[in-house]
Design a protein around this ligand. Structure first.
Ligand code: AQP
Length: 332
């Protein structure tokens, strides 16, 4: 079975609909026919300042949410990045293979450092995509399920894999991004031309998976819609309505033309009211299941320990090959 690999940062109390529809839902589906490695990216989280106590709590919350959404620990290795030291170790080797100018071209660093200025950003934030390349390449996956915002990082990963393979010896598999076009960029409910983002969106622009269901419903009902009144998918002319239709379609499995037909001659209000109900039906059991899992820390810790053990075995094998090929002397 081909391997898949992906990660998510534990930098909020809850995942949001962008994370879920853009990436996490695909994680669940890919378990069927692949061998998955899914990790909670705590090394990435500290590229910006974190409160240690909160980071630890959020790591467990992330694990609980992954299990609640259907990641099955018997089929997928779920682990915490810092518990598999090979990520940081391969990260260093790949940093030495990356050009400074090449790293500078990463737009996410430009966006994320724009607010405080480049000088205030950590070096870790700058080298983040290289660590991400290490995260991926260690497992030699065929696919990496992510949202559109990660496409550039995936290209860097492929470039670094190719460079290593040609400079030394074929070691890495070139992974393919697995990006579902329909949900690749879920947008902010209040600013539907920007992506829904935990750091950039206002609280009313972002639907959190663990929001109280009535809070989620209210956010959907207050979403910004566009001029006109026709419920029609048109990402350019009607980004707000199109985003709502995307979410509606993704959560119900109904095709967008079918939804357009249902709302023909009816206003945006009806669409939002119905979608609010769909969202409540979806988040209510998810929230209950997550909170239940969070009550059993022993189980969560055991799942993560087992995941780290499985991941570590694969990662150690790859790192051994890498160290040998770059010319590090064997420890004996
Ligand atoms: N709006 C989105 N639409 C589609 N996919 C998205 N992802 C994030 N936002 C959207 C995907 O979620 C996965 C986890 O990403 P992450 O842990 O790197 O989270 P993130 O990118 O930090 O999430 P945010 O909200 O976008 O955080 P900030 O604001 O800090 O950048 C990835 O696969 C990502 O593509």
């Amino acid at each position: 079975r081909p391997r898949v690999l992906s990660g998510i940062q534990p930098t909020a109390d809850s995942f949001h609909f962008g994370n879920y529809l853009g990436a996490l839902r695909q994680w669940v589906d890919l378990q069927e026919e692949h061998q998955p490695f899914f990790f909670i990216a705590d090394l990435h989280a500290i590229t910006v300042e974190q409160d240690p106590k909160v980071l630890r709590q959020r790591t467990l919350r992330a694990a609980a949410q992954l299990l609640a959404m259907g990641i099955d620990p018997d089929r997928s290795a779920i682990f915490v990045q810092s518990q598999v030291p090979e990520h940081a170790q391969l990260g260093w080797v790949l940093q030495c293979l990356t050009g400074f100018g090449e790293a500078r071209r990463m737009t996410q660093f430009k966006d994320k450092s724009a607010k405080g200025g480049e000088g205030a950003a950590s070096v870790g934030l700058f080298t983040y995509p290289i660590l991400q390349a290490a995260d991926i390449l260690l497992y030699r996956p065929a696919y990496v399920p992510v949202g559109e915002d990660q496409r550039q990082h995936l290209e860097l990963t492929r470039d670094l894999a190719q460079r290593f393979n040609s400079r030394y010896k074929k070691t890495f598999r070139l992974p393919e991004p697995y990006i579902l076009k329909a949900t690749a960029k879920i947008t902010d409910l209040q600013d539907p031309t920007s992506k829904m983002s935990k750091s950039a969106s206002s609280p009313s622009g972002i639907v959190e998976m663990l929001d109280e269901p009535n809070v989620s419903a209210k956010k959907i009902r207050s979403a910004v819609t566009d001029s006109g009144s026709e419920v029609r998918f048109d990402a350019e002319e009607k980004p707000g309505v199109s985003n709502l239709l995307t979410i509606y379609s993704a959560l119900t499995g109904r095709e967008i033309p079918d939804l357009e037909e249902q709302y023909a001659g009816r206003g945006y209000g009806d669409l939002k009211k119905d979608l609010a109900e769909v969202v409540v039906d979806f988040v209510t059991p998810f929230r209950a299941r997550t909170l239940e899992l969070l009550d059993d820390r022993t189980y969560l810790t055991e799942v993560l320990r087992r995941g780290a053990e499985q991941a570590g075995a694969v990662a150690a094998g790859t790192l051994r090959d890498v160290y040998d090929r770059v010319g590090f002397a064997a420890a004996g």
